[in-house]
Write a protein that binds this ligand. Sequence first.
Ligand SMILES: Nc1ncnc2c1ncn2[C@@H]1O[C@H](COP(=O)(O)OP(=O)(O)OP(=O)(O)O)[C@@H](O)[C@H]1O
Ligand SMILES: [Mg+2]
Length: 367
Amino acid sequence: MRLKKISLFNFKNHSSTELSFSDGINCFIGINGSGKTNILDAIHYLSLTKSSLNSVDSQSIKLGESFFSIKGIINNSSEHEILCALQNKQKKVFKVDNKEYEKLSEHIGRFPVVLIAPNDNDVIRDSNEIRRKFFDSIISQLDSKYLLQLIRYNHFLKQRNALLKQFSQNKSFEQDLLTPYSLEIIELSKSISEFRKKFIEGFIPNFINHYQNLCEDREQVNIRYKSQTTTPDFDKLFHDNTEKDLITQRTNVGIHKDEYDFLINENTLKKFGSQGQQKSFLIALKLTQFDIITKAKGFKPILLLDDIFDKLDDLRIKKLIEMVANNNFGQLFITDARPERSKELLKDLKKNTQFFEVLDGKIISIK
Ligand SMILES: Nc1ncnc2c1ncn2[C@@H]1O[C@H](COP(=O)(O)OP(=O)(O)OP(=O)(O)O)[C@@H](O)[C@H]1O
Ligand SMILES: [Mg+2]
């Protein structure tokens, strides 16, 4: 899969930026705040219909303007034009070849990207919610049935929680109103958890392999998936918690409580992993994501490496560059605030490499 061109209008600090890309490596260089990451974020939009940084779409409209648009020409066995546009206070427009989707979720997985970015450490340091989101996003790109079930689950969970709140406010309780939601949540929990279990079983060996390769076998890592659905009588557990649900005004049992433990030598990575070990863990997670998508789709996703060199020591940079040299990746987009470093690292690779110098939301040179 190749992104051939992109046009940004009023997207963050880019008023009007039009670029044609190399099939190999595209490297954005320029000082801090110049707009390098914003270009990667626009590519993220074209793949996943949303920003990787801003949860609110309107935050991506250039300050003082009323709309943004991102247009991309992408080749994925055939050529497609993807358009994402947002007019302030209106619904986001998302079209492929001039056709809108019935549901935006239908787009997810068609043009996959994998992003490795500085703020990704959240997946290790923050709550389980972030880890669930990380794996959900991968599984959703692989299987649209999973995504639909997840959307349904979140819908029923929201409704059930609203009802619990209403009961509390009105000091009332009607079992008959609650039961339909409970039954949906129970059934969807079982099914979603099966997806997750199967997925993680396939993920782990590949992940360990990447970690060992990056770190030369120094320590043991693992991922442990835990779900309440695996208790012998999950239905009973769910119903037994109704009283607690009423007191707390939210649903306490279900796959929204699933956990993914990241382990290093059998201990929690967050507490016992050094910064370097955490970084390696993260990169191994992302490289596994890349492999799994490649295998499932039969083509390589676009890889976005945001400020990655800053995060890595020499050994790990060497390993990553080896992977690039060995054609492990397809089209690559890299950002770096230190041009000399990336030029040095990429110079001997037999790859089509293009450098774009970015300043104040404009491309000032292409080499
Ligand atoms: N909606 C917006 N409107 C205008 N400018 C914006 C908007 N959102 C972000 N910016 C600006 O974009 C700039 C950040 O761009 P970006 O994150 O792409 O920089 P960068 O080149 O990746 O920098 P660094 O090297 O520090 O990572 C900031 O100056 C920020 O103020
Ligand atoms: Mg940046």
